[in-house]
Design a protein around this ligand. Sequence first.
Ligand SMILES: [Zn+2]
Length: 205
Amino acid sequence: MMCLRYLFTMLTMRKLIRATPHKILLRAAIQCRTTITRAILEVDEFGNKRKNVAGLVRATDGDRFVVVMFYEPEKTALGESKVWVHCSCPYYLYHCEVVNAKHKSSDIINSNGQLPLVRNPRMIPHVCKHLVAMARIAVKAKAKDMTKAKEEKEKKKKTVPNKREANKPAQKQEQQKKTYTNRPVRQPPKPMATPSKAQPKPAKV
Ligand SMILES: [Zn+2]
């Protein structure tokens, strides 16, 4: 089930890159080296499947952490799937975060949530050089499928509501068994041993 409420307003990576100033695109090409640190297929809180790619971008002015999440992950062109993006750099914080969050293509994580009236007065959603550099690699990155693992986990949860609870009776029984076996069995008092001599010998036939 797709949550149309969000996917309708979200933007594609191509749209974000096309709105990005030319000087930023140049810096992305010249200054940035990218490394992918995570690429997984997962399901978000609304049941939408997405490819979640995180990476480290080494630029001439420092290292930054970026996250790009592609909705409809089977599509591998930048203009096809809607994205959620974020970067830890100050450019993203002051120019992009609030505007992108208004389109649901980001969230307010580092900024105070105020509109960038000075730095981005026309409120154009776009991205920083780190995200531009990461975009093309991220969209083609092979992702580990975590959706099935999650489904199986939920199935297990449904069948066994609480593992501890379910194991309790068995454990109790085992414990009882243990206590029984550990407890020294009280033997009935042995009859007084009588000297064999006193016993009458069976008569020989
Ligand atoms: Zn950045």
